[in-house]
Ligand binder design. Structure first.
Ligand SMILES: [Zn+2]
Length: 678
């Protein structure tokens, strides 16, 4: 969603909005929302945008009365965004300048999309320094407060100049978000063939002459250069008034005709009032002059202009306004204008720094980064991994983990499957170094006591057995123990412990048929990429009447409801499936199991603390070991105190009834294989 307060059909919109969208629309589905001052050229532009696959919402721009008209436009923009959000999910809102950022801010609950704040300058300060608003006045204070909020909210910032970066970094508060410098770019091709002007070079002033511009210096510098002055501006009368009879060719030129008016070897004048807000400015004229092969005269303290001119030797930074300074600048400018190598440097800088392709590519990279476009090898799910339904919808508030909810079976899952490289990054070294506490070992013994009733084949399988702690306890009771894990390292370590191992994810035939009395999946289901396939393989491996014991985080838990996406379990690509009592039962029923019991137990204080830390904005997710540590310490404390044990049992009973505990525990029995036909 691209929001522009400048009309898309105006020259500025065409050169600074549409020009980028042409390239960006190749990779992204774009809706453009713009505010149009009139309807000139709309049919033609709409046809072009249709051809590019860009949807265009053209709203009317209101000029009168001031402030109130802007408020009205903002309200209409917010409504447009909200209605577009209802029509389908929005991955990114690109707000071009402050008014669109305000619209995006007001619509953020509806769009639930990250904000790209594309500042076109320090807007509020420009208004004060340009004399439009009184310094410290109400409008300024309100605008600055909004600006601070936009910076705090933005998931990415684009600025026109490197000179503005320190101030922007100060406003984003050290958050780790991309801040890109993308100057106003220019399609260099039409300017590239600008030959030399017949009759010798001119000094050329292109563009506005009011407020911000030192147009008064133009005739004086032309005089020092000993060159005729050409002024190409829409403000013809204002220019003539400032010139006060000084000789100059003053004309209005349509933007499309501009390339024909700029000639290699002419000298471009880009003289702007230096002020703090101008650190963020990148005048389009500068890039156009360079593209035409013209050296440029600039004033100091405007964006990156002086740094670029000095570093690339493509013009002169005026050292002052007195006659001596102008004469010294003029001397060097004449040398550069007469030097073919200097003209070539100008064109090269225009192409490398201000090229439209470069600018478009940088925006495309930023879009990909901010919308979390799939990495190479990462896949996007088109259907529910539990029931196969394609009626899946984005789960609002859980965008970072890509959560989706199935409209058919209610399963919540990550809408993506990580690439092999992402899996390696996630699971290399996973689980190593976690030692089991006395409480955990006691819990293992309780489970094994329970499993004795199922002993027939004498074999037990622990799916995702980690470092084999549970299976070692089982082996000590005479069970034949099998495990699965997803890394070769874990397989080797467990084989050395005497455990028969199979590499996960499981494929049909990986396990002996109907071989196991008991299969356990302890905190594993949430990691499984294809739960249906996994359950089918397990169902084939377990004997009729055998027990499947499953624990997994409970997405219906009070903790998750309290913490939302800050719940420490919500993590991609670590967790791919988020079960509830209902979806867990449905999953295993479909695979051929009958539920014996599904309960929820416990609030993990470690997880809640972790979620609260996250909510406060702690950057790195705390390690799993830290959570386990917090919980284990607490559990050991409870086990030692009879009173606390009682409290815990009461709490668990209450939560169990409400199915609001942190962990789902399910016991399922393998139904007889010969099932009646439906
Ligand atoms: Zn489903």
């Amino acid at each position: 969603m691209y929001v522009s307060y400048d009309g898309a059909a105006e020259p500025l919109g065409r050169s600074q909005v549409i020009a980028y969208l042409r390239g960006l629309a190749r990779e992204h589905a774009i809706t453009l929302v713009s505010f149009e001052k009139d309807r000139a050229g709309h049919d033609e532009l709409r046809a072009e945008l249709d051809g590019l696959g860009i949807a265009w919402v053209a709203l009317d721009y209101h000029r009168h009365p001031p402030v109130l008209s802007t408020a009205l436009d903002v309200a209409r923009g917010r409504r447009a965004l909200a209605s577009l959000a209802r029509a389908g999910p929005i991955d990114l809102v690109h707000a071009r300048s402050d008014v669109p950022a305000l619209i995006a801010h007001l619509a953020r609950r509806r769009t639930a999309a990250p904000l790209l704040f594309d500042i076109r300058g320090f807007w509020a300060d420009e208004r004060v320094e340009g004399g439009l608003w009184p310094r410290g006045g109400l409008l300024y204070r309100i605008a600055r407060r909004w600006e601070r909020r936009f910076y705090a909210e933005a998931a990415g910032v684009v600025t026109l100049t490197a000179a503005s970066l320190p101030r922007i970094r100060a406003q984003t508060g050290g958050r780790d978000i991309p801040v890109e410098v993308i100057p106003t770019c220019v399609d260099a091709a039409p300017f590239a063939n600008a030959g030399e002007r017949r009759g010798g070079p001119h000094a050329v002033w292109s563009g506005s002459v009011g407020t911000w511009y030192r147009f008064d210096l133009a005739p004086r510098l032309a005089g020092a250069l000993g060159l005729p002055l050409t002024v190409l501006t829409r403000q013809v009368d204002e220019a003539r008034a400032t010139l006060a009879g000084a000789p100059a060719d003053v004309r209005a030129v349509a933007p499309a005709d501009m390339p024909a008016e700029l000639h290699a070897g002419d000298i471009g004048l880009c003289l702007i009032v230096s002020s703090p807000s101008k650190q963020a400015s990148a005048p389009t004229r500068f890039a156009e002059y360079l593209a035409a092969g013209m050296p440029v005269a600039v004033t100091a303290g405007v964006g990156d202009l002086d740094a670029l001119v000095a570093a690339h030797d493509v013009g002169v930074v005026l050292a002052g306004e007195d006659d001596d300074a102008l004469r010294a600048g003029a001397l060097r400018l004449r040398e550069l204008a007469a030097d073919p190598a200097a003209r070539e440097r100008c064109r090269r800088l225009a192409a490398e720094r201000f090229g439209l392709e470069q600018g478009t590519r940088r925006y495309a990279q930023l879009y990909a980064q901010m919308t979390r476009a799939p990495a190479p090898g990462e896949t996007v799910l088109a259907a529910c991994p539990l029931c196969g339904s394609e009626a899946i919808a984005r789960l609002r508030g859980y965008e970072a983990a890509h959560l989706r909810r199935c409209g058919t079976c209610g399963f919540v899952f990550a809408g993506r499957r990580p690439s092999a490289a992402q899996m390696r990054a996630q699971y290399d070294g996973y689980g190593t170094g976690v030692t089991e506490s006395a409480v955990t070992l006691k819990r293992y013994e309780e489970l094994l006591d329970e499993f004795e009733a199922y002993r027939q084949t004498g074999r037990i399988l622990d799916v995702g057995c980690g470092e084999g702690g549970f299976l070692q306890a089982a082996a000590a009771r005479g069970w034949e123990v099998h495990g699965t894990e997803s890394t070769e390292g874990a397989l080797e370590r467990n084989r050395a412990r005497g455990i028969a191992m199979t590499l996960a994810p499981l494929a049909p035939g990986d396990l002996p048929a109907a071989a196991f009395d008991v299969v356990t999946m302890i905190e594993v289901a949430e990691h499984v990429g294809d739960p249906r396939a996994e359950a089918t393989v397990i169902a084939a491996a377990i004997r009729d009447g055998g027990l499947l014991y499953v624990t997994t985080p409970n997405f219906d838990s009070a903790s998750r409801r309290l913490l939302g996406a800050d719940w420490s379990i919500v993590e991609y690509p670590e967790h791919l499936g988020y079960f509830t009592a209902s979806t867990l039962t449905r999953w295993l029923r479909e695979a051929g199991f009958a539920p014996l019991s599904v309960t929820t137990t416990g609030i993990s204080p470690g997880r809640v603390a972790q979620g609260l830390r996250r909510r406060r904005g702690a950057t790195a997710p705390p390690s799993r070991a830290a959570t386990v540590g917090d919980d284990e310490r607490l559990r050991e404390g409870i086990e030692r105190s009879p009173a606390l044990r009682l409290v815990k049992r009461a709490a668990n009973a209450t939560l169990g009834v409400a199915r609001a505990g942190d962990t789902l525990k399910g016991r399922f029995e393998r139904r007889a294989v010969s099932r009646p036909a439906p």
